[in-house]
Ligand binder design. Structure first.
Ligand SMILES: NC(=O)C1=CN([C@@H]2O[C@H](COP(=O)(O)OP(=O)(O)OC[C@H]3O[C@@H](n4cnc5c(N)ncnc54)[C@H](OP(=O)(O)O)[C@@H]3O)[C@@H](O)[C@H]2O)[C@H](O)CC1
Ligand SMILES: [K+]
Length: 215
């Protein structure tokens, strides 16, 4: 069953109000994404993984992935597209502060994309269901950077730039090899397999009762 983006937000909020907090949903989203990625690649040990994160909860899922991937022995670099003070939500901030205590993950911020390694994998945690309008900087430059590199590309929830409701793209959009979306498929995503690559839906622990009155 496919749902709308609005239904997804309402289900997420209702689950949170039931006590299944968004930080737990985020944890499950990041963990499920890493399991899919590791299953696909066989092993990520010693692989260079570059994770682009936006300031919203799509970025927060990327921060969870960073911690899990470090646990699998990957060499993880996080590129936060902005400054840490501008991270929008409590759950994303919570995950950022854990990474600050983890020397096994390299944290970089800002809008300059000069890395001293060639990534084996890029994770796109720039924009998800919160997208609206044309892509602004520095997200636009990050999306261009990702599209110009030849490596395996993984989209968190939706390729950044793709509207998960309509399937239309903004001015630019990442082109990915795999996309993992959460809880239930959003209507626009499967229309664009050319951008999502392999597409999966993962449950993230939201109680089915959170759907009552919404679906
Ligand atoms: N489905 C679930 O139950 C869960 C999903 N999770 C993940 O959360 C994201 C949605 O997170 P949200 O914070 O609501 O939104 P985004 O991260 O997609 O976007 C955040 C901000 O990005 C800015 N924005 C929007 N459009 C643009 C644009 N065109 N160009 C540049 N920037 C843009 C905007 O901020 P402004 O300050 O600029 O207004 C947005 O607020 C979902 O996709 C999942 O990955 C959770 O983990 C929980 C479970
Ligand atoms: K994304």
């Amino acid at each position: 069953m496919e749902i709308t983006v609005d239904q997804m937000y309402r289900i997420e909020n209702k689950g949170h109000d039931m006590g299944f907090l968004k930080k737990f949903m985020m944890e499950n989203a990041g963990a499920a994404s890493v399991r899919r990625l590791v299953d696909k690649l066989g092993s990520v040990e010693s692989k260079h993984i570059l994770i682009f994160v936006g300031l919203g909860n799509n970025g927060g899922d990327g921060l969870v992935m960073a911690r899990h991937l470090a646990g699998y022995g990957a060499k993880v670099t996080v590129m936060l597209l902005g400054t840490p003070e501008k991270i929008k939500t409590e759950e994303s901030n919570w995950n950022w502060s854990i990474l600050q205590k983890m020397p096994s993950v390299k944290l970089t911020t800002g809008d300059s994309f000069n890395f001293d390694f060639k990534p084996d994998v890029i994770v796109d945690g720039i924009l998800g269901t919160g997208i609206s309008g044309e892509i602004r900087e520095p997200y636009a430059s990050a999306i261009n950077f990702i599209n110009e590199i030849d490596c395996y590309k993984f989209a968190v929830d939706v390729p950044s730039g793709l509207d998960p409701q309509t399937g239309e793209t903004a001015n630019i959009c990442t082109k990915c090899d795999m996309t993992v979306t959460f809880h239930k498929m959003k209507q626009g995503i499967p229309k664009r397999k050319d951008l999502t690559g392999e597409l999966y839906v993962e449950k993230i622990g939201i109680p089915p009762e959170a759907e009552e009155g919404i679906l």
